[in-house]
Design a protein around this ligand. Structure first.
Ligand SMILES: [Zn+2]
Ligand SMILES: [Zn+2]
Length: 216
């Protein structure tokens, strides 16, 4: 299996890249992705990050991927072409706090990320809905249609327990890819994807519905 959303000391995690990889190996994953928060990086720190992941890739028996977690801001996700071309994949997540009745804004932000060429996966979609309110069915449908049209994936987040089962089923029905993700900030949490896997299986997903399924 896979865990495509993990953090290290390059952002707000507490482990090294190799610690995350070691736990992924221990838990029997086939793929682990490192995806630190983009706003922690200067260009030189980013180079060190890419280099450290490359070394981990070479040393490990499992597939180690270089990712990043970008923020979806008012004008779109903060991922640049320069960063994107050195990465295997990019997660884009809404981290802004919209307050009550903010679901409409949240949806608009996610749509901007889906339409961005540098984005591959939408992170923890809907994790703030319990506080900002839920989008309408129409808005959810628009997001799904756009993701289908642009070939973008959604992660199933064990940390936030999103998206819901209906949404995951609809992704599978439309051929929208999914990823399994812990959002681990401690190495020992890497690979604890049981909630994601359970939801994926309940929704009737099979290997081909996952991103990077060629490595599974
Ligand atoms: Zn996040
Ligand atoms: Zn994260």
């Amino acid at each position: 299996m896979m865990d495509l959303h993990t953090h290290t000391i390059y952002s707000d995690g507490i482990g090294m890249v190799r610690d995350n990889v070691a736990w992924a190996e221990k838990r029997g994953l086939k793929i682990v992705g490192i995806s630190d928060h983009i706003h922690y990086f200067t260009p030189s720190k980013f180079s060190a990050y890419i280099n450290e992941i490359r070394i981990a890739k070479e040393e490990s028996d499992i597939v180690v991927l270089a990712g990043i977690e970008a923020n979806i801001l008012e004008n779109g996700p903060d991922i640049t072409d320069e960063f994107r071309k050195r990465l295997d994949y990019v997660i884009a997540s809404v981290h802004e706090w919209f307050g009550r009745d903010g679901a409409h804004m949240y949806i608009e932000y996610v749509k901007r990320a889906i339409m961005d060429d540098n984005v591959d996966i939408i992170g923890h979609f809907g994790n703030s809905f319990p506080w900002i309110g839920y989008p309408t069915e129409e808005e959810i449908r628009e997001v799904l249609e756009l993701a289908e049209a642009y070939g973008k994936a959604f992660e199933i987040s064990s940390r936030y327990k999103v998206p819901d089962l209906e949404f995951i089923k609809e992704c599978i029905r439309r051929g929208i890819k999914l990823s399994l993700a812990t959002d681990a900030h401690r190495p020992e949490d890497v690979g604890k994807i049981s909630w994601s896997l359970k939801m994926f299986e309940k929704a009737g997903g099979s290997k081909e519905d996952l991103v990077f399924s060629e490595y599974l």
